[in-house]
Write a protein that binds this ligand. Structure first.
Ligand SMILES: [Zn+2]
Length: 322
């Protein structure tokens, strides 16, 4: 029996790129579930001309004469109506209709997707969330991000920023450090978005460091702090106890609202397994639904999630070789 068109698209070759604040990585997916890295180079973040030239040289070197489209995972919010991107990591692209401008420059179709969306799709379809219908992926990097996947599709929404639990959901201003029912006040911090007390102010690695400075009056790198926590340091214990309480509450609310049955955690902090295990325990104490098994789990894709997610998205949108 000949391949159906859908099967043909699934097995088409797909070119993908992951563009972060440090590197542009180009890859190719020959079949679902696999991406091979072809090349990488530093991201020109301040010059639009240098940024376009970098992508053009990568495409010419590895995609060549073929007019194969390119699916890109990129940090930044993309307005679904206008296609205009706002990226704090790569300022030179902000305000541009990036997909259309790169389509013209590279002489091939270029599709841009948010990196958290790509990561969530990778985890939901081929990673730690596979088999679950509703997957909320959290990114605990230097800041906090997230994305929602329902039925194997990113729930992008009208704003294109659905899943951004890092902003607009204020964390508590009190923490019960000893579990005695006596909560101590913890000051809300001003967020980069202009509001007070967003999850992003305390949730990622920089947030953990801010929280530590607030509670212990000391500047300490998140890696050293989490090492100290695992060694049983009382000061680090105090900070991580507050972090777990403040982050688990809004995350439990997100799970209640979305109906997610699994939350793959990605980003730098997710590499500290005991922290993710403790976060899972704290979240499950607070969700309305009683989960018998772990909900917050380490993501499967530590390095290639953006590329893998972009390839899945490209196949879903039939954005592959003709
Ligand atoms: Zn904010």
């Amino acid at each position: 029996m000949p391949d159906s068109s859908a099967e043909h698209k699934q097995n088409s070759r797909v070119f993908v790129a992951d563009i972060g604040g440090s590197y542009i990585r180009l890859g190719v997916s020959e079949r679902p579930g696999s991406v091979r890295l072809l090349d990488s180079m530093p991201t020109p973040v301040d010059s639009w001309e240098a940024f376009g030239a970098a992508l053009q040289s990568l495409a010419e070197r590895h995609i060549g004469e073929s007019r194969s489209p390119l699916a890109i995972s990129m940090a930044g919010a993309i307005d679904p109506a206008s296609g205009v991107i706002c990226s704090s990591n790569v300022p030179c692209v902000s305000g541009r209709v990036l997909g259309a401008e790169l389509t013209s420059r590279l002489q091939r179709r270029v599709r841009i997707a948010n990196d958290a969306d790509c990561l969530a799709l990778a985890e939901a379809v081929e990673g730690a969330g596979a088999g679950h219908d509703v997957v909320f992926c959290v990114v605990l990097g230097s800041g906090v991000g997230g994305a929602l996947v329902v039925g194997g599709r990113v729930a992008g929404g009208a704003s294109g920023i659905s899943g951004e639990w890092g902003h607009g959901l204020p964390v508590s201003t009190h923490v019960d450090f000893n579990g005695t029912g006596h909560a101590e006040p913890v000051s809300a911090l001003r967020c980069g978005c202009g509001r007070m007390g967003c999850v992003d102010t305390i949730g990622g690695a920089r947030g953990l460091e801010r929280l530590n400075a607030l509670l212990n009056g000391e500047q300490q790198d998140s890696h050293a702090l989490l090492d100290d926590w695992q060694q049983g340091s009382a000061r680090a214990q105090r900070t991580v106890c507050a972090w777990l309480a403040l982050v688990s509450e809004p995350l439990a609310a997100v799970i209640n609202i979305t109906g997610a049955s699994v939350v793959p955690a990605c980003g730098g902090l997710s590499n500290v397994s005991p922290l993710i295990e403790a976060l899972d325990a704290a979240v499950r104490k607070r969700t309305l639904r009683e989960f018998r098994e772990r909900v917050v789990v380490p993501g499967r894709f530590r390095h290639d999630g953006g590329l893998i997610g972009a390839a899945i998205l490209a196949r879903q949108d039939e954005f592959c070789e003709p």
